[in-house]
Design a protein. Structure first.
Ligand SMILES: CC(C)=CCC[C@@H](C)[C@H]1CC[C@H]2C3=C(CC[C@]12C)[C@@]1(C)CC[C@H](O)C[C@@H]1CC3
Length: 380
């Protein structure tokens, strides 16, 4: 399938806005996190849960067919939209407002390391004051706010989830950054921006949600000005991944299910997609392969040996298997007594399974969440 042959999902912004209002109500401007999670509309939440998990329930790597994978990729936008309808509050509660991993230096505070990863990408693509920059798949705008402050550029965040757009807009107003930031709803496979409209484009662990990387990279190429640079931290299976190996496929499927991904591909395919759409590759590197003292996945591994200070105790403990069992039981109890909408436990379980897949993939050298690719659109 070439970039031109990708089937796009038909967009319906009015329908999405109505659903967003029904599911999230006024929680978009609330403090967020755990309490927001409990105040969703129960029927709308059930619909989101059913729509998301229909692609994964009763499926396994051993029995998965090409048709299952094609059904997922055909509904890539709905799948990712509902994943984030379910996971956004948990992410904010358990991780913060920058939905990505990063490298860590010994003793470095968590949020400092997250910001450093964002600055590193901004520096690699040469973002300068006043530039018009696009953030593809901007989440709730954590990276866009940090990069706007770091570079003085104007950033447009593109996102297909209305709740995340609302939260990103809310935070930008709160931080007095509305003049520098704008958030636009849309599918990154069919962007509404005219050709040649941005000086630079970046994507942080977001384009993995595409059904085909050449599709989203092709759109990025189109909206980038000639001579402009695109930088991405991509989630990819390494070239050690063997699709004939059941354990490898198990790991990939666990990552996909736990993270709203329809079809994750390998490093070679990622590089191929950049070249296919016309980018001149300036740099590419697996940052996870650098000899860091601490692995990128330590906050989700649940191992006390990775604690940097006593302040990390609760973050580490909550990812242990015992704590996950408690979360499972607690969310189940909240659902039973009607304090949490149905699907809260299922979502927490899927995230935990996804986290296990990420750690297993990393330990076996099969997966990276930070494959850095920097490409230039040739000047005319
Ligand atoms: C989905 C993509 C492409 C990117 C998101 C990367 C990370 C921000 C997430 C991947 C796994 C997530 C988990 C959590 C937060 C966000 C992630 C690290 C939790 C720690 C949130 C709190 C839950 O109780 C456990 C979650 C485990 C997975």
């Amino acid at each position: 399938m070439s970039a031109q042959q990708i089937r796009l999902e038909k967009e319906n912004h009015a329908r999405d806005a109505d659903f967003n209002k029904a599911l999230h109500g006024k929680t978009a401007t609330a403090v967020g996190g755990f309490s927001s999670m409990l105040s969703k509309d129960k029927d709308a939440k059930k619909l989101a849960v059913d729509e998301y998990f229909k692609h994964f329930d009763n499926k396994s790597a051993a029995t998965e067919t090409d048709a299952d994978r094609e059904a997922r990729t055909a509904e890539y936008a709905t799948l990712t939209k509902h994943y984030y309808n379910l996971a956004t509050d948990l992410y904010e509660y358990g991780w913060g407002q920058s939905f990505h991993f990063c490298r860590f230096s010994p003793g470095e505070p968590f949020y400092q390391a997250i910001a450093r990863h964002e600055h590193f990408l901004a520096a690699n693509i040469g973002i300068k004051p006043g530039m018009k920059v696009l953030d593809v798949g901007c989440g709730v705008g954590g990276p866009a706010r940090e990069i706007a402050k770091f570079t003085d550029a104007h950033i447009t965040g593109l996102n297909n989830n209305d709740y995340q757009i609302d939260r990103a807009t809310h935070y930008a107003v709160k931080e007095g950054l509305s003049g520098q930031l704008k958030f636009v709803k849309g599918d990154f496979m069919q962007m509404s921006f005219p050709d040649n409209s941005f000086d630079a484009v970046y994507a942080i662990e977001a384009t993995v949600h595409a059904p085909k990387l050449a599709g989203v990279y092709g759109e990025i190429y189109r909206v980038l000005k000639p001579g402009g640079v695109f930088g991405v931290y991509e989630w990819l299976m390494t070239d050690e991944y063997d699709s004939k190996n059941l354990e490898h496929r198990d790991i990939r499927l666990a990552i996909e299910e736990g993270n709203g991904i329809s079809n994750m591909v390998t490093i070679s395919e990622g590089l191929g997609a950049m070249k296919e759409v016309g980018f001149e590759l300036l740099h590419h590197e697996d940052l996870a392969a650098r000899p860091d003292a601490l692995p990128w996945f330590w906050p989700i591994a649940g191992e006390l040996r990775y604690m940097q200070s006593y302040l990390d105790f609760f973050s580490v403990v909550r990812m242990t298997h015992t704590a996950r069992g408690l979360v499972h039981a607690f969310t189940g109890f909240l659902e039973l007594v009607g304090l949490a909408p149905k699907g809260t436990k299922k979502t927490a379980d899927a995230l935990a399974k996804g986290a296990d897949g990420l750690v297993a993939g990393a330990r076996k050298g099969l997966f990276t969440p930070m494959y850095l690719m920097v490409g230039r659109k040739p000047a005319n």
